[in-house]
Design a protein around this ligand. Structure first.
Ligand code: OAD
Length: 238
């Protein structure tokens, strides 16, 4: 372990952490862009992760998310998620955890106040602005479930390509980035904005944790080559 980075962790009053799909890889959740195993190597994001795709083929998109929901329900958080949650428990108020992941594994590991930039795959929301008749609890089951009166469809509560990030969450994340002494950037390719821009606006040192090169290496003060589950427990122990 890089002793200098451990010193930065010990000295930091406020640590911001930005995680991406690689954070959950060792839990068995595929990343998006890994060459062989990444979801986008096998599926076209424009057919699955846009509003237009959902409107054109709602059952196909709904079923793809249902398949991912089932997969995520079967996996557990890994040692990396747990190291972050344990640190936050030991050091209340010292860490802000920002994630691009929709799998809920940080929350399952016990991390408090997770800022989910891209939503939560286990929740639904209405595709169109709901009317008085739209009651999610009474939705007609199906693929996707829909309002039996007006036909409005439920969709996964995730951010699709071309959609805005939740403004309040993004603002809190930007505040954390621009006031931190240290940012840990874990398991992200760093190609999707505005999330990746948070690393570029970090006020303090930036440390990348990734087994492969990423687009944020040029913004980093240190690049640690290794996986989240290997490196975070060492980096964050007292
Ligand atoms: P990517 O799939 O683009 O990148 C995953 C990163 O994790 C890569 O840099 C890998 O090298 C790294 N990685 C793989 N295994 C790892 C491990 N065990 N430990 C640490 N790092 C590892 O995923 P994201 O950067 O999260 O957006 O992608 C950003 C966004 O693009 C996602 O949130 C999603 C996607 O399309 C939406 O769905 C809106």
């Amino acid at each position: 372990m890089n002793e200098q980075v451990r010193d930065w962790v010990r000295a930091a009053r406020h640590i911001a952490v930005l995680t991406g799909a690689g954070m959950s890889a060792e839990s068995g959740v595929p990343t998006f862009r890994d060459a062989q195993t990444g979801l986008w190597a096998k599926f076209d994001p424009h057919q699955l992760a846009t509003e237009n795709a959902f409107r054109a083929n709602p059952s196909m998109v709904w079923d793809w998310y249902a398949f991912r929901r089932e997969m995520i329900a079967k996996v557990d958080s890994n040692a990396g998620h747990r190291a972050l949650a344990d640190f936050a428990r030991r050091h209340p108020g010292r860490m802000t955890l920002i994630t691009q992941n929709v799998d809920g594994l940080h929350q399952r590991a016990g991390s408090p106040g997770v800022l989910g930039l891209h939503g939560n795959i286990s929740q639904d929301k209405w595709l169109d602005t709901p009317h008085a008749c739209c009651n999610a609890d009474a939705a007609v089951p199906g693929s996707p479930p829909h309002c039996g009166v007006c036909g409005n469809m439920l969709r996964p509560d995730v951010v699709w390509f071309g959609e805005a990030l939740p403004l309040q969450t993004l603002t809190l994340a930007e505040n954390a980035a621009s006031s931190c002494d240290l940012m840990l950037v874990v398991g992200t390719s760093g190609v999707v904005y505005p999330a990746a821009g948070l690393a570029r606006m970090a006020a303090g040192k930036v440390v990348v944790v990734n087994p492969h090169p990423s687009d944020l290496d040029d913004a980093a003060d240190a690049v640690l080559s290794g996986t989240a589950a290997q490196l975070l427990p060492q980096l964050l122990e007292d």
